[in-house]
Design a protein around this ligand. Structure first.
Ligand SMILES: NC(=O)c1ccc[n+]([C@@H]2O[C@H](COP(=O)([O-])OP(=O)(O)OC[C@H]3O[C@@H](n4cnc5c(N)ncnc54)[C@H](O)[C@@H]3O)[C@@H](O)[C@H]2O)c1
Ligand SMILES: O=P(O)(O)OC[C@@H](O)[C@@H](O)[C@H](O)[C@H](O)CO
Length: 385
């Protein structure tokens, strides 16, 4: 069995590649990083080390790579694949769509077997988004054929994999915990079950629980930590005031998740505790600039901040702490992050009121807009201490 995985980065090598290899797949990574591709082609294996006391190490073998800039190679790999997965970043999905579409066209011409394409990104409906980008490259005639033989089941993936600073550029250090949930209601009949994947009939509770707890909490630690001058999530969470604010944010989203999806209160509290412990894993160094990266994406309407805040508001709750984190996101000024730079430029050009609306899509007269603005002015004046 052969899997083509787009994105040989941290989650690609440290999670998806590892699981697929352990499940018996030959994994062909497609990436645009030339040196990474060459190294994978040369070595055909790499190691994954667990960030815990034992530092257990796994060798992932039977892997290779193709260069994602070569459309012909990408299309051929997709045409010959038994599974396609991605972990490139949700905003990159549109850039890999042309190669996937070309590969699908070749598959259909050859009458190849049915295929699942799973986007493993931090987003609601990631595979569905990828499908839309791919379909934009297909004729109507082909779309009908593809509907019958190719499915794009949505997924939720969870494993903290920081930016790597290892001597060996292919080695990845990952937290021991992982969860990969796939929506089986969007899969083709008689599908092959992969060991390590949890199949569910309704994905929404799982993806919202993950995104609104792990990722909302994580970016809260990043944005609040950044404001207080911390470099890593571990250091930020060692500050009792930040740790307490992060817990408050997770309780706010928790109240929403419990009300909306019927999660058990005590079990959800345990889920939060476990995640807070994952954030402070002393065997990992996770930079606040990675976790806070792409603030435009994180402040967008369907992501980890605005979506739970609006849903909570609709249910009569007041998302005070979420508004605070959104305000902190507008103050995230990482010079290396183009999205942070764009927000800062808009704050100077448009002012805070219009900038909040531009990125969150929340109207000026909405209560949450006012809350973000007030918190923004307060945070701007002082640090958290
Ligand atoms: N790192 C984590 O803890 C984690 C956990 C869960 C989910 N995710 C999600 O996984 C995705 C990837 O995150 P990451 O941390 O691994 O990022 P990363 O930057 O380490 O990896 C992304 C990889 O995609 C490659 N890439 C970029 N454009 C490409 C293209 N056109 N074709 C092929 N490859 C291309 C990059 O070269 C890079 O190697 C994101 O959506 C992220 O939200 C990350
Ligand atoms: O990848 P992002 O930018 O959406 O979010 C940053 C981190 O919160 C994220 O990568 C987590 O480490 C991961 O989602 C844990 O499963």
């Amino acid at each position: 069995m052969r899997a083509v995985h787009f994105g040989a980065g941290n989650i690609g090598r440290g999670f998806i590649g590892l699981i697929l290899s352990q499940a018996g797949y030959e994994v062909i990574f497609s990436d645009v990083n030339d040196s990474l591709v060459e190294l994978l082609q040369e070595r055909k294996s790499y190691t994954v080390r667990l960030a815990n006391e034992d530092q257990e190490t796994f060798t992932v073998s039977n892997v290779t790579a193709i260069n994602g800039k070569n459309l012909e190679d990408v299309a051929r790999a997709v045409a010959e694949a038994d599974l396609v997965t991605t972990a490139v970043g949700v905003n990159i999905l549109k850039h890999i769509a042309a190669g996937i579409a070309k590969g699908i066209e070749m598959r259909i011409e050859r009458g190849a077997a049915p295929l699942h394409i799973i986007a493993c990104e931090n987003a609601i409906g990631g595979s569905t988004q990828l499908k839309e980008h791919v379909y934009a490259h297909l004729s109507e005639y082909l779309r009908d054929k593809v509907d019958a033989s190719i499915a794009f089941p949505d997924a939720a993936v969870d494993r903290i994999v920081p930016i790597q600073h290892n001597e060996d550029p292919l080695q990845v250090t990952v937290e021991p915990f992982y969860e990969w949930v796939v929506d089986e209601s969007q899969m083709l009949e008689g599908f092959h079950r992969i060991e390590g994947i949890h199949y569910v009939k309704h994905l929404e509770p799982y993806i919202e629980r993950k995104l609104f707890t792990v990722n909302t909490g994580h970016c809260s630690a990043a944005y609040l930590g950044y404001l207080d001058g911390f470099t890593t999530i571990q250091d930020a969470m060692a500050n009792s005031q930040i740790a307490s604010l992060v817990r408050h944010v997770m309780h706010e989203t928790g109240a929403l998740l419990i009300e909306k999806h019927g999660f058990d209160l005590a079990q959800h509290e345990q889920y939060i505790d476990k995640i807070l412990n994952r954030f402070i894993n002393p065997y990992l160094i996770d930079e606040v600039t990675r976790v806070g990266r792409s603030p435009i994406r994180k402040l967008s309407i369907n992501d980890r901040l605005v979506r739970p805040a609006l849903q909570a508001y609709e249910l009569g709750m007041k998302p005070t702490y979420l508004a605070m984190v959104m305000a902190a996101a507008f103050l995230f000024n990482d010079q290396e992050d183009p999205e942070a730079a764009q927000i800062q430029a808009d704050l100077r050009k448009l002012g805070v009121t219009q900038t909040i609306t531009k990125y969150t899509n929340i109207a000026e007269d909405h209560m949450i807009h006012e809350m973000i603005k007030t918190q923004y002015e307060q945070l701007k004046q002082s640090d958290l201490s």
